[in-house]
Design a protein around this ligand. Structure first.
Ligand code: BO1
Ligand code: ZN
Length: 263
């Protein structure tokens, strides 16, 4: 199994010892400084297809010890990028109860309590994600900030209601098909765009990032459910550890330019 963690002797400062790419110069996440992003009026809007009708098959939801991840069918695709991308999986990053932190990306130094990632690969150029992830134009990840609001967000309950079934690492369950588009912000036209990496080992610099400007709201109870339901440890381990604070610190831009689709 993978050995890396977020804190401690195998924590993020040590990732590069085992995974050299984690020490390279175009890493993710980043703190997006809205004062220095470059407005690009020619950026086409991001469009999803097949998100509403993800086929008849159930999704698989797994606690892999690092995150909670749901498999996605190849009928879900992303348009508006330089090439067509096909969905593979989505997963979440979050903090701990009572903390303002949890997201990987930040905006003007401000964290959000959680962040959704929808991972796609360049299916015009590569035949599968394992191949694509080794190439700079291989992956496209959508990043969605999650924040606390007044109302419950029913789309997220499709995932959150199942967390009790995958409390421990390596546990899986099935999710009935639902409209994955509803996990995304209403407005897909306002986003930040930059070239970066996987935010976990192996940290390959293969990701065209789209981070939406508009956050999605979950109720405080829903956020708390995410923060308190799943363990990074396997069932029966002597010292159960809650899975939380699974976010990487912001990485240096090293001269990269972040584009904005809006003025
Ligand atoms: S993230 O979206 O930047 N947090 C991210 C981080 C790690 C991966 C994906 C997205 N890992 C890769 C695995 C591959 C797997 C692929 C798609 O995800 O290294 O083995 O095929 O699930
Ligand atoms: Zn992620």
């Amino acid at each position: 199994g993978s050995h890396w963690t977020y804190e401690g002797s195998h924590g993020q400062e040590h990732w590069r010892d085992t995974y050299p790419d984690c020490g390279w110069k175009a890493q993710s996440p980043i703190d997006i400084d809205t004062g220095t992003v470059q407005y690009d009026p020619s950026l086409p809007p991001v469009e999803t297809s097949g998100y509403r009708n993800p086929g008849g098959n159930d999704f698989t939801l797994i606690n892999n010890g690092h995150t909670v991840q749901m498999s996605l069918p190849p009928s879900m695709q992303l348009h508006g990028l330089p090439m067509m991308f096909t969905a593979v999986q989505l997963h979440l990053h979050w903090g701990r109860k009572g903390s303002l932190e949890g997201s990987e990306h930040k905006v003007d130094g401000r964290p959000f309590p959680a962040e959704l990632h929808v991972v796609h690969y360049n299916s015009e150029k590569y035949s599968n994600v394992s191949l694509a992830m080794h190439h700079p134009d291989g992956l496209a990840v959508l990043g969605v900030f999650l924040e606390a609001g007044d109302a419950e967000n029913p789309a997220y309950d499709h995932i959150l209601d199942l967390l009790d079934k995958i409390q421990y690492a390596e546990q899986k369950t099935t999710v009935a098909p639902f409209n994955v588009r509803d996990l995304l912000p209403v407005h897909l036209g306002h986003f930040f765009r930059y070239n970066g990496s996987l935010t976990t080992p192996p940290c390959f610099q293969s990701v065209l990032w789209t981070v939406f400007h508009q956050p999605v709201q979950l109720s405080a109870a829903q956020l708390e459910k995410l923060q308190k339901s799943v363990y990074s440890t396997a069932e029966g381990e002597a010292h159960p550890e809650l899975l939380m604070d699974n976010f990487r610190a912001p990485q240096s831009l090293n001269g990269r330019v972040v584009l904005a689709s809006f003025p």
